[in-house]
Design a protein around this ligand. Structure first.
Ligand SMILES: [Zn+2]
Length: 246
């Protein structure tokens, strides 16, 4: 049986039997991967710490016919601080759900790997609403779904008039084209500017963005519409976040 090593973030750990887990991993080298972790939840298991959600761990895996199996796992970064803050924990679950939804299977996307780590590390800090918007817009761009903001996505003209944002058409709709997607939410120029910066700026500059509450809400609505459209469903973890008022 062929053994190989990989570094990965645990996106999800599903309890299969009492002590067994199926892990959904985001690996650096081969994208998303599902693996078996036999006995990983046993109190005496040496793998136990390394298979917790959000952990960045080094795995030794054995190639299987259907699914690979965890032989050894060692924690590199445990993100234990997330478990002490319920909202941060809820947001971490949401980010991991998006990473699972957007990361390709068996194909590396080092950008998504780096993005998830960067944002998880900052989740207990200030302006985490903007941090999550940054994650949402970046994961779209890293998946080849960068929204079109420079021209109208329907007529390719300069965006003018009351603007909308159409996830289906992939970007802004000018006032004249709004009938092309009646469900498209409003997207004022202030929101377009912030979204543009989210897409072009590195994460450490995003904390310096000044965003008024109306623009913040509109940005959240536009990105939410985009995420739901591409995932073809609403992320499940949002129900929990709404209960927390986030
Ligand atoms: Zn147009």
């Amino acid at each position: 049986m062929k053994l190989y090593q990989t570094e990965a973030i645990v996106l999800r750990a599903l309890a299969v039997r009492e002590a067994d887990r199926v892990l959904v991993l985001l690996t650096r080298e081969q994208g998303k991967l599902r693996v078996w972790a036999h006995g990983a939840a046993r109190p005496a298991s040496r793998k136990r710490g390394a298979v917790q959600p959000f952990c960045r761990s080094r795995f030794l895996l054995a190639q299987g016919r259907e699914i690979d199996t965890v032989r050894q796992a060692e924690v590199l970064e445990d993100f234990a601080f997330l478990y002490a803050d319920l909202k941060a924990l809820g947001l971490a679950v949401y980010l991991c759900e998006l990473a699972e939804g957007f990361a390709p299977e068996g194909q590396p996307n080092p950008g998504i790997y780096r993005l998830l780590l960067q944002v998880l590390r900052r989740l207990t800090g200030p302006r985490r609403d903007l941090l999550v918007r940054f994650f949402e817009s970046s994961i779209l761009a890293l998946s080849g779904l960068r929204p079109e903001l420079d021209v109208c996505a329907a007529c390719a003209g300069r965006p003018a008039g009351p603007l909308r944002f159409s996830p289906r058409l992939g970007g802004l709709l000018c006032g004249a084209c709004r009938a092309r997607d009646p469900a498209a939410p409003a997207c004022r120029p202030a929101t377009v500017r912030v979204l543009g910066k989210m897409l072009d700026w590195p994460l450490n500059r995003v904390g310096r963005l000044r965003v008024d509450p109306v623009t913040a809400r509109e940005l959240a609505t536009v990105l939410h519409a985009c995420i739901c459209y591409h995932l073809e469903r609403e992320p499940k973890s949002l129900a929990f976040l709404r209960k927390l008022g986030e």
